[in-house]
Every structure is written in structure tokens, then in C-alpha cells.
Write a new protein. Structure first.
Lengths: 112, 117
């Protein structure tokens, strides 16, 4: 079974800082990897999708990288803002199926 | 489009009662997924449908759980009888047929928070 781990579980930073969220997975036979954002009491919003053949994806201040061989992905957030405060979840889809295997998330707080 | 619509948003019930959660996927989406989120276990896939047909229900925890998709615009997740350990947030998500090639992402509903006393 694919295990997805996210470190740290929680993070608090002052506004303006650049930060990195980490995701590791045990099975490197992945189809793609996705980063989501979850706001309290809300559903999940997809941020970035990286196919297994890709190394990174960028959207605005967000950059996600993927290293299949080492089983790692990072989400880089540049110039953080209070509005970035949320839980960030990493999800891995294996070659063998359609299920997304989620990490438990990193809870981010950006203080003004 | 209004997105994936789930109801009820909150449900409080007593142990032993039947619970029915409902989901309306985005129009034109061929795939529908039910996930459950708890603090202990995070997000887990329960079941998914393709073109209204259940494809993989291996994540359904036990026979007390059942899911149906009678048509392309409606799905239900039923728990009968409910137990306190079923307390969780249940999410429905949908995607179009590009999901099969990995080219599209899931769109999640806002979730149904279930509390079983």
C-alpha cells in the first residue's frame, strides 16, 4: 500500500517568507502527484498536478517539484501571504489504479 | 457550473440510525468518487464510479456502507446502521473522462460532516 507522508504537520511563518512543504511516498510507480489546498470547513482545491514524466509545475507563486526515484515532492510557496493559510495536502496516484493516496497534510499559518 | 454539490452539509444522528449522504457531480463528468476524512486516517477512498457503474468498492469499510449512482447526476452513500466510529467528513469528487489519462484533476464538493452519537 502506498504510504504518503507530509512534513511538517504544522508550520507558522511571518508574511513574506518563502517556504517549502514536503511530501514523501513509498511506491515510486506513480502515475501522477497532486497538491491540494483545504480551507477549514471546505472541500479540496487542486493547486498543481505533476505527471510522472515531469519534474515540476508552476502556478503563480507556487512551484511543485517531483523526484520519483527518491519518492519525494516539494511545494514551494514564494512570498507567503496570510491568505495562504490553509492545510496543504499531497496526493499520489499509482500506475495501477484511479485512487488518490493522500498524506495527512501540512497546516500552514501565515501571520501578518 | 455550481461545482460538486453535497448534502447535507452537517448531520448529527444517533447510533443505529440510517444515514444517507447525497452528491450531485459536475454535469458531463464521468467519474465520481466518495472519500472519507478523519483526523486519525486522513482522506481515504471508499468507492468510485465510472459512467454510473461502481468500479472499485474495496475501500468501503464494511457491509453497513453502500453507495449507488442511479444516474449521471446523482449518487448516494448510505450507512445503516450508523456507529460513532463512522463520524467523519465525507467528500464526493468528480472528474471528466480525461481523468483516465491523468490529464484532469478531481473537483471536490464541500463535504458532509457526520457526527454519530
Amino acid at each position: 500500500k502506498q504510504e504518503v507522508t507530509q512534513i511538517p504537520a504544522a508550520l507558522s511563518v511571518p508574511e513574506g517568507e518563502n517556504l517549502v512543504l514536503n511530501c514523501s511516498f513509498t511506491d515510486s510507480a506513480i502515475y501522477n502527484l497532486q497538491w491540494f489546498r483545504q480551507d477549514p470547513g471546505k472541500g479540496l482545491t487542486s493547486l498543481l498536478l505533476i505527471q510522472s514524466s515531469q519534474r515540476e509545475q508552476t502556478s503563480g507563486r507556487l512551484n511543485a517539484s517531483l523526484d520519483k526515484s527518491s519518492g519525494r515532492s516539494t511545494l514551494y510557496i514564494a512570498a507567503s501571504q496570510p491568505g495562504d493559510s490553509a492545510t496543504y495536502l499531497c496526493a499520489v496516484r499509482l500506475d495501477s489504479g484511479y485512487a488518490l493516496n493522500f498524506g495527512k497534510g501540512t497546516s500552514l499559518l501565515v501571520t501578518p | 457550473d455550481a461545482g460538486v454539490i453535497q448534502s447535507p452539509r452537517h448531520e448529527v444522528t444517533e447510533m443505529g440510525q440510517e444515514v444517507t449522504l447525497r452528491c450531485k457531480p459536475i454535469s458531463g463528468h464521468d467519474y465520481l468518487f466518495w472519500y472519507r476524512q478523519t483526523m486519525m486516517r486522513g482522506l481515504e477512498l471508499l468507492i468510485y464510479f465510472n459512467n454510473n457503474v461502481p468500479i472499485d468498492d474495496s475501500g468501503m469499510p464494511e457491509d453497513r456502507f453502500s453507495a449507488k449512482m442511479p444516474n449521471a447526476s446523482f449518487s448516494t452513500l448510505k450507512i445503516q446502521p450508523s456507529e460513532p466510529r463512522d463520524s467523519a467528513v465525507y467528500f464526493c469528487a468528480s472528474s471528466d473522462d480525461r481523468f483516465s489519462s491523468g490529464a484532469n484533476v478531481l473537483t471536490f464538493g464541500a463535504g458532509s460532516r457526520l457526527t454519530v452519537l
